[in-house]
Design a protein around this ligand. Structure first.
Ligand code: ADP
Ligand code: MG
Length: 293
């Protein structure tokens, strides 16, 4: 495309809530054969809320709730924000913590009065040899079938609470996926979330190909694999954890309300939460390259 055509394309993108940082990616986008979508905050609202907080060792959970509150206050994960909001509404107050650490793809850890506390997924618990009792496991599976994300709060010995969090599909995500599929594009979903929740959300979105429990560096490797198969890959994501994958993709799309890192890496940013902007961007690319005004 001529520089003028590209300028026009970038302008049209802006009119359609697509900020194109790099005109080259506008030229590249029409060749895309696969679109990889992050789940949380991309396909879903990214506004998770706690639906169940099941304490395991009552009757008084005041201190444990305070530790959980402070632990998740230190985290930047959207799931953590949901836990914090829920506990705040219940009047929970914080306690001082030491040695806070975020463990990507797993959760968070910190100590209170030298006792370590964990909030995160089964992988995090398994790594610290914390056993999930079978009855709790069964409850978790039931919640996950309902597309809830389940995380656990534990000390060094045992699970203290199960937390179920709902993050609903954006109303337009399914239509966006359909529009891509109608263009003959293969759509994939990647998530750090568990397989049951991933399956439930993928089904709702009309996505047949998905991978769950994907670690941040594995997201990039997955894209590399698709590229090795001959795909030209567009990736859309919102999180810090998506930045490697965005850098690997041929066309990278950040969500405007996502993390700054994702927006720094990505060549395109959607200033709408509506994923229908992605098929629009691909169409715009085709029109730009073909010189259609
Ligand atoms: P995604 O955004 O696709 O879910 P992440 O890598 O950001 O992927 O997170 C993976 C998983 O790690 C989450 O689904 C959750 O189970 C767990 N996790 C991450 N951060 C936290 C946190 N602060 N509290 C509890 N669980 C967390
Ligand atoms: Mg995410």
């Amino acid at each position: 495309a001529t520089p003028t055509a590209l300028m026009v394309g970038v302008g049209k993108g802006a009119e359609n809530n697509i900020l194109i940082r790099d005109a080259e990616s506008l030229e590249r986008a029409h060749q895309v054969t696969a679109v990889v979508l992050d789940k949380t905050g991309t396909l879903t609202e990214g506004k998770p809320r706690v639906t169940d907080l099941l304490w395991q060792h009552g009757p008084d959970n005041t201190l444990a709730a305070s530790v959980l509150y402070s632990l998740e206050t230190s985290s930047e994960h959207p799931l953590a924000a949901a836990v914090v909001r829920h506990l705040k509404d219940a009047g929970t107050q914080g306690v001082p913590l030491q040695h806070f650490e975020a463990l990507p793809g797993r959760g968070v850890v910190a100590t209170h009065q030298t006792i370590p506390y964990y909030a995160g997924n089964t992988r995090l618990l398994t790594e610290h040899q914390i056993v999930i009792p079978p009855t709790l496991q069964a409850q978790a599976e039931q919640l996950q079938e309902q597309a809830r994300t389940v995380i656990y709060f534990a000390d060094a010995q045992r699970v203290l609470a199960l937390i179920a969090i709902a993050d609903t599909l954006k109303p337009t995500s399914r239509a966006a996926v359909e529009a891509l599929q109608e263009k003959g594009i293969a759509v994939y979903m990647l998530t750090g979330d568990n397989p049951q929740t991933a399956r439930a959300i993928a089904r709702q979105a009309g996505i047949a190909h998905y991978e769950a429990e994907v670690m941040p560096d594995q997201k990039a490797a997955y894209i590399e694999k698709l590229q090795a198969q001959g795909h030209v890959v567009a990736m859309a994501g919102d999180g810090i954890n998506d930045s490697q994958a965005l850098a690997q993709a041929d066309v990278s799309i950040a969500m405007g309300k996502g993390s700054d890192i994702a927006m720094d890496v990505a060549k395109m940013t959607l200033i709408t939460s509506d994923l229908q902007a992605i098929p629009k961007a691909l169409t715009l690319s085709t029109q730009t390259v073909q010189g259609i005004r």
